[in-house]
Design a protein around this ligand. Structure first.
Ligand code: ZN
Length: 152
């Protein structure tokens, strides 16, 4: 397969739809947060982390995340979207379980996650969640994450 070619001034994002752009941003935001946290865990007083490539990478990450938060609080961003969207933005790979297995009840709209296990999809709502709902849980989808005003 031959690679596509960009002309001067074009970016790979130019032909994306709004939805695709938001998903790219979200995936990069999540990955940058994870990479920054991981880098901070191994950061020490060496030249690499104070003036070298490590320091530059952390600063780029800090600036990118700050800009992307757009004035919203990191916890708010997590609770409103990323806590769930991670299941849709990333796939489990190389023996790593990146998804938390969110399942939704289509009847009462309650949600349950397994964290490190397979999803509760296919189970009856009342088996897993509070109440006597007979809905059958299904995996989370992009439609579930639409803002309430945008849902049809
Ligand atoms: Zn239910």
């Amino acid at each position: 397969m031959s690679r596509k070619e960009l002309d001067w001034g074009q970016t790979p994002f130019d032909e994306c739809t709004r939805e695709e752009l938001i998903q790219h941003c979200a995936r990069l935001y999540s990955a940058t947060s994870a990479l920054s946290s991981a880098a901070q865990m191994v950061q020490d007083k060496s030249r690499f982390w104070t003036q070298g490539s490590g320091a530059e990478a952390l600063e780029k990450g800090r600036q990118a995340l700050e800009g992307a938060r757009n004035g919203f609080d990191a916890d708010n961003i997590f609770r409103a979207y990323f806590r769930y969207a991670g299941d849709l933005l990333f796939a489990d790979a190389s023996g790593l379980q990146l998804r938390t297995g969110w399942a939704v009840c289509p009847v009462c709209e309650q949600m349950a996650s397994t964290i490190g296990g397979s999803s509760y999809a296919g189970k009856t709502c009342s088996e897993i969640l509070l109440g006597k709902c007979s809905g059958i849980l299904r995996d989370l989808s992009w439609d579930d994450l639409k803002p309430v005003t945008a849902k049809s």
